[in-house]
Design a protein around this ligand. Structure first.
Ligand SMILES: *Cc1c(COP(=O)(O)O)cnc(C)c1O
Length: 375
């Protein structure tokens, strides 16, 4: 039985009627750009994230770009971030004209190290972008405390609905940062039927600014206070996402169950150090956008090929850390400067974790991994 890394058709089959009905309403109304469906979905995401304001936009990449523009970040500025993330986190820093400053990650969670952020701060630092990688929140409050006065832009593209206990209180992804960004790319836990993104904030003036920036920089149509972008969330995507949002909690819970199943099945291999199962910090509740093993000893690629032969989909997020990407050669980083990110890039392998996986499929993946190491 083949087990794909992700099976969007399986999820669609469980919600087809409600999603298609919602989409047909928009089609019949012929009202596609912003409007009530987008406002309604923005309010839902604000509520989920414990944020005052939510602003829909075209995708998760634009969300990060718009966040930096709203903070007036541009030429001559530095933005501190992690090199172990999807490209968009740093590509947007470059695209606003600023300089990405890469600092290393914690070996356990794969998230940015607050102490490294502190050490990287200069007079030109204008923001820090921690990423809530694979579904687990970064230590956003520790990153904030490490660089007092510097705004935190939380890239929560992979972590909508994730939470973290801070000083005895449960905090949502998006609640603690100056600005937080989400993506509704189809493979995220809350995926649209196309591209989509969202920005949340507690700050009224940042929210106003973002609402202008997404419509070419003018609060009033055809009058432009500044040069912005065309970056709006489609009404069609908004109704799809509103229909899916009530399921997000149970989908993420199912992912955690699947993760626990794998953890138990791989416990012996982990004890022998053949692999390491994902570490979730005790204060975090992950939404497991990915279930990412570490395979030390140079055997990761062989395991991936072995699983592929058996019809099991896996992926390497991410094979080359961003400080070593050819496009960032101009920044002058060398191998060895972010050793944990570099080691992670060589060892990680993400397994199928999506909520619709059957018990038989989970067992197929477990059998594939265990027989590789038994061979
Ligand atoms: C997916 C993702 C993005 C970009 O989202 P898009 O909607 O594809 O533009 C940004 N950052 C991270 C960490 C992501 O995983």
């Amino acid at each position: 039985m083949p087990v794909p890394l992700l099976d969007l058709k399986a999820q669609h089959a469980t919600i087809r009627d409600e999603v298609v009905a919602a989409m047909m309403k928009v089609v019949d109304a012929q009202s596609f750009i912003l409007g009530d469906p987008v406002a309604a979905f923005e309010a839902e995401v604000a509520a989920l994230s414990h944020a005052r304001y939510a602003i829909g936009c075209a995708n998760g990449t634009d969300a990060i770009l718009l966040a930096m523009r709203a903070l007036d970040i541009g030429r001559g500025d530095e933005v501190i971030t992690t090199p172990f993330t999807f490209f968009a986190t740093a590509g947007t820093i470059h695209n606003v004209g600023a300089t990405p400053v890469f600092v290393d990650i914690e070996a356990t969670t794969f998230n940015i190290l607050p102490d490294a952020v502190r050490a990287a701060r200069t007079s030109r630092s204008k923001a820090v972008i921690p990423v809530d990688l694979f579904g687990q929140m970064a230590a956003v409050e520790q990153v904030s405390a490490a660089v007092p006065g510097l705004p935190v832009i939380e890239d929560a593209a992979q972590s909508i609905g994730a939470r973290r206990m801070v000083d005895g209180e449960s905090r949502m992804a998006g609640e603690m940062a100056a600005i937080c960004t989400f993506s509704f790319f189809p493979s995220k836990n809350l995926g649209g039927y196309g591209d989509g993104g969202m920005i949340v904030t507690q700050d009224a003036s940042i929210a106003e600014r973002l609402k202008r920036l997404r419509v070419h920089g003018g609060a009033k149509q055809y009058f432009h206070d500044e040069v912005g972008y065309n970056s709006r969330l489609d009404a069609l995507q908004a109704v799809v996402l509103s229909a899916k949002l009530p399921h997000l909690g149970s989908w993420s819970a199912k992912r955690r169950e699947n993760a626990a199943y794998y953890d138990a099945a791989f416990a012996d291999l982990a004890a022998e150090r053949a692999l390491a199962t994902p570490y979730v910090a005790p204060e975090n509740e992950s939404i497991f956008n990915q279930y990412t093993l570490r395979i030390p000893g140079g055997r990761r690629d062989a395991l991936q090929s072995f699983l592929k032969e058996r019809g099991i989909g896996t992926s390497i997020y991410y094979p080359l850390p961003l400080h070593l990407q050819p496009c960032f050669a101009y920044l002058g980083y060398r191998e060895g400067q972010c050793p944990e990110s570099e080691r992670a890039a060589k060892e990680v392998l993400s397994l199928p974790i999506y909520p619709e996986l059957s018990r038989a499929q989970l067992d197929e993946v477990v059998a594939g991994v265990t027989s590789f190491f038994a061979a």
